[in-house]
Design a binder for this molecule. Structure first.
Ligand SMILES: NC(=O)c1ccc[n+]([C@@H]2O[C@H](COP(=O)([O-])OP(=O)(O)OC[C@H]3O[C@@H](n4cnc5c(N)ncnc54)[C@H](OP(=O)(O)O)[C@@H]3O)[C@@H](O)[C@H]2O)c1
Length: 256
């Protein structure tokens, strides 16, 4: 059992907490500047702290789940209380060097994950600062593998994972919504259409653990059949290109 402190009980912080609380093995402590978010966190079973110092004094592992712009403020406020602890940052595109400078004397791990942590199915890419001990890396792996699948990677790959792993659930949910809307257009009741797509997504995700995307497509799209016609329309409308360009061009713009 580990005492884990989550600073920032917003979208990601709450998902991570829920992921650990499912197994009820650890005590999850929470602190947020927003009293409403803190009250909502407490209702989930998170131990509420009214100050950062109180949370830090009771937590062995700290997850800093605030927006990148608020990290320096958190580091300054907690100062020496971070020292010697495993400090995990899921903040998009904040460098390990910057994190290590902010959390002096802490064992810093930078990672990218997503809200599927809530159901134990996130992808988690991580890297660590040179001063991070083997014990802290082992502890990170032990705790975060309860939230999904962990892979250690070079820092630039963790940064790139932001756009696939971090943003991924929203992109995929958008496609699910579009297919469910098509179901409504052809006469399915909305709730049923969403349910049909959800279960089809679940089945396809399981198939994709065994087969490549191309193999799944070829198993369904028999020559001259209706799937082939639908996929042909996708190609005509350049759907794949739209998706590829939307992600890649956004990333390139951010990198400039
Ligand atoms: N959301 C995702 O799916 C996702 C995925 C991957 C990575 N991330 C990363 O996770 C981090 C959090 O993102 P999020 O989407 O969860 O943000 P969010 O929903 O805005 O949650 C952040 C929370 O932290 C609070 N906060 C701000 N300053 C604070 C401080 N000094 N001390 C304590 N709490 C403070 C915010 O309160 P106020 O709103 O009042 O400022 C808010 O409740 C970001 O760095 C983001 O890059 C997010």
């Amino acid at each position: 059992m580990v005492n884990i402190g989550i600073i920032g009980c917003g979208r990601l912080g709450t998902s991570i907490a829920k992921g650990w609380l499912r197994r009820s093995r650890h005590t999850i402590h929470g602190y947020d500047v927003s009293p409403e978010r803190l009250a909502a966190a407490e209702a989930l079973g998170i131990v509420k702290h009214s100050s950062l110092q109180s949370l830090l004094s009771q937590s062995e592992v700290i997850v800093v789940a605030v927006k990148p712009k608020s990290i320096a403020e958190v580091a300054e406020e907690g100062a020496a209380l971070f020292q010697g602890k495993l400090v995990v940052s899921p903040a998009a595109l904040v460098s390990l060097e910057e994190l290590q400078q902010l959390f002096k004397g802490a064992h810093v791990v930078k990672c990218m994950l997503n809200i599927a942590a809530e159901v134990g199915e996130s992808m988690i890419l991580y890297c660590s600062s040179p001063s991070c001990s083997t014990h802290s890396i082992d502890l990170f792996e032990q705790l975060f593998s309860e939230l999904g699948s962990c892979i250690r990677a070079a820092e630039h790959l963790v940064d790139l994972a932001t756009f696939i792993v971090g943003c991924g659930p929203a992109c995929i949910a958008y496609l699910v919504e579009a297919i469910a809307e098509a179901g409504v257009c052809i006469g399915l009741p909305k709730a049923l259409s969403i349910k049909l797509v959800q279960q089809t997504l679940k089945g396809t995700a399981a198939l994709l653990q065994q087969y490549s995307p191309k193999e799944v497509i070829s198993k369904v799209a028999t020559p001259g059949g209706v799937t082939e016609q639908i996929l042909g329309r996708f190609e005509e409308e350049k759907l794949k290109e739209i998706l590829r360009k939307s992600i890649a061009e956004t990333v390139l713009t951010l990198q400039q």
